[in-house]
Design a protein around this ligand. Structure first.
Ligand code: PLP
Length: 453
C-alpha cells in the first residue's frame, strides 16, 4: 500500500520536520507527549458520535445481565453479578516509586485493580463481555423470547444454550480480548473462534481450548489476526465479529468503568473538583479500553480529570496516530519500528482510528515506557503491596513520576493552573490485567524485574 520509505507520501525526514519528537520515538526512546488538541469538554464531548445516555444504557444492560452472570460465574456473587474491581490506595508503592526513581510527587496514588476483574482476569472483561451480552440480548429480543423486564438468569437454560449454539462469535486478539470473548461466549453456548496474534501466550490459547473455543494462530501481529478474523467471519452469516478496531459496543462496555469509579471515589470520600484534580494513567493497545474509559471519565469528571495514555516504546501506535492526525492510516511499522514488547496486551502496531478520533480532543497526552521498566514496576508492586499485575498493567504507575519530572509536563501543569493544586491531586494508575497469569510465569516476570533493579 505504501512505498518503502514514504509514509502517506511523506518521507520520514519530512515527518520529523513537522513533528520533531518522531526522531525520539523511532529510536525507541521514551517520550512524554502533550496533546495540543486537548479542548474543554463543553465543546469536545458535544461533537462526538457517542452520548452520555449510551453509557447509562450500557450500565443498565449490565445490570439486567447480573443475575445471569451470578449463575454462570459464581465468583461474581459477592458483587451481585457486576464485574467490577476494587479501587485501592497504594501508599507503600508510592513510597517505593519515589525512592527508586528518586522523585517525589504530591497527592495520593490509587490503583484501579482491573488486574483482578473476575471472569476474564483483565480490563477486557469490561468491553468484551459487554459486547457478547449485548449481542446475545439482541438475538433473543429479536426472536421475542425475552423481555427487558425478565430475569435474565433464564438465558442459562438449555433451550437458550441450544439456540446460541447455532451462532458463532469471532475475534482477533493479542490474548486478553480473546480470553474475554471466548470465556463469555462459550459460557452462553456460542461457537467461538479466536484469531490469535504471535504475541499471544501459550497458556491463554490452552485455557481457551479447554473451554471449547477454536483458537487460530498467526505468525504475524495483531492487525493481521484481526483482518483474518474479520474476513473469515464475514463469510458466515451466523457469525458475529467483535471488531476491536471499530466497535462502539466494546467502547461503551469499557466506558461504564467511569460511572463505577465515581461511586467508589465517593464511598472513599475522595473528592474530584477543580481544586482536587484527578490524573488517570491508562495503558493503551489498540485504544478501545483506555479510549472508552477516557470518554467515560470526561463525561463524569469533565475538565477536572486529566487523562494520559501510556504505550510501550516499541508500540506507540496511538501516539503516532493521534499526534499526526493520520490515525489508522499509519502504523509503527511504517516508521520502521518492530512492535515487539513484553507487554503483550499493548503489542499493537496500528491504533483504532475510531478511538483516535474520539479521544483526540479529550486526551491530555501520551507517554511511552521502556520494556525494562515494566517488569521492575511489576516486582515493586508485588514487594510493596503484594499485588500481582502483568507487564502490560504496570506502566500507568510511572505517570505521577513523569508528571513531576518531565519538562513537558511542567508546561501542562502551568498552563492548566495545577501547580499549586498538586498536593490535592489524585493519581489513578489503571492496572489492567494479571489474575489468570500462571504463577510460574508471574515469578519469571518478577525475577526479571529484580535483576534489572
Ligand atoms: C488490551 C489490554 C490493554 C489495552 O487495551 P486496548 O483496548 O487494546 O487499548 C491494556 N492492558 C491489558 C492487560 C490488556 O489486555
Amino acid at each position: 500500500m505504501l512505498g518503502t520509505d514514504e509514509i502517506l507520501e511523506k518521507s520520514v525526514n519530512k515527518w520529523k520536520d513537522t513533528f520533531p519528537i518522531i526522531g525520539q520515538i523511532i529510536d525507541y526512546r521514551p517520550v512524554f507527549w502533550l496533546n495540543e488538541g486537548l479542548e474543554p469538554v463543553a465543546g469536545a464531548l458535544q461533537r462526538l458520535p457517542i452520548a452520555y445516555e449510551e453509557m447509562l444504557d450500557a450500565e443498565r444492560r449490565l445490570q439486567r445481565f447480573a443475575p445471569l452472570l451470578v449463575k454462570l460465574f459464581p465468583e461474581t456473587w459477592s458483587k451481585a453479578g457486576m464485574i467490577e474491581s476494587e479501587l485501592t490506595a497504594v501508599d507503600n508503592m508510592k513510597v517505593l516509586l519515589q525512592q527508586y526513581y528518586n522523585q517525589d510527587f504530591q497527592g495520593r496514588l490509587l490503583l484501579k485493580c482491573d488486574n483482578a476483574l473476575p471472569v476474564a482476569g483483565s480490563i477486557k472483561a469490561r468491553g468484551g463481555i459487554y459486547e457478547v451480552l449485548k449481542h446475545a440480548e439482541d438475538l433473543v429480543l429479536s426472536k421475542g423470547w425475552l423481555k427487558e423486564t425478565d430475569d435474565y438468569a433464564k438465558l442459562a437454560e438449555p433451550s437458550f444454550r441450544d439456540f446460541f449454539a447455532q451462532y458463532s462469535l469471532a475475534v482477533g486478539s493479542t490474548g486478553n480480548l480473546g480470553l474475554s470473548i471466548g470465556i463469555m461466549g462459550a459460557a452462553l453456548g456460542f461457537k467461538v473462534t479466536v484469531h490469535m496474534s504471535a504475541d499471544a501466550k501459550a497458556w491463554k490459547k490452552s485455557l481457551l481450548r479447554s473451554r471449547g473455543v477454536n483458537v487460530v494462530e498467526y505468525a504475524s501481529d495483531y492487525s493481521k489476526a484481526v483482518e483474518e478474523g474479520r474476513k473469515q467471519s464475514m463469510l458466515d452469516p451466523a457469525s458475529y465479529f467483535v471488531d476491536d478496531e471499530h466497535s462502539k459496543n466494546l467502547f461503551l462496555g469499557y466506558s461504564v468503568a467511569a460511572l463505577r469509579l465515581r461511586k467508589q471515589l465517593a464511598e472513599q470520600s475522595i473528592t474530584v473538583n477543580e481544586e482536587h484534580p484527578l490524573f488517570a494513567y491508562l495503558p493503551c493497545g489498540v485504544g478501545g479500553a483506555p479510549g472508552g474509559i477516557c470518554f467515560g471519565l470526561k463525561q463524569v469528571f469533565g475538565d477536572n480529570v486529566h487523562v494520559f495514555f501510556v504505550e510501550p516504546t516499541h508500540s506507540p501506535c496511538m501516539l503516532l496516530g493521534v499526534m499526526t492526525g493520520a490515525h489508522d492510516s499509519v502504523s509503527v511499522q511504517d516508521f520502521g519500528m518492530d512492535n515487539i514488547t513484553e507487554a503483550d496486551g499493548l503489542a499493537v502496531g496500528r491504533a483504532s482510528g475510531f478511538v483516535g478520533k474520539v479521544v483526540e480532543h479529550l486526551l491530555s497526552g501520551i507517554y511511552t515506557v521502556d520494556d525494562r521498566e515494566l517488569n521492575k514496576l511489576l516486582a515493586m508492586m508485588q514487594d510493596s503491596e503484594g499485588i500481582k499485575i502483568e507487564p502490560s498493567a504496570t506502566p500507568g504507575l510511572l505517570g505521577p513520576i513523569l508528571l513531576q519530572q518531565s519538562p513537558e509536563a511542567a508546561v501542562y501543569l502551568e498552563k492548566h493552573r495545577l501547580m499549586d493544586r498538586m498536593q490535592n491531586a489524585v493519581h489513578l494508575a489503571w492496572a489492567t490485567g494479571g489474575l489468570f497469569v500462571p504463577d510460574a510465569m508471574m515469578q519469571e516476570f518478577y525475577q526479571k524485574g529484580k535483576q534489572n533493579m
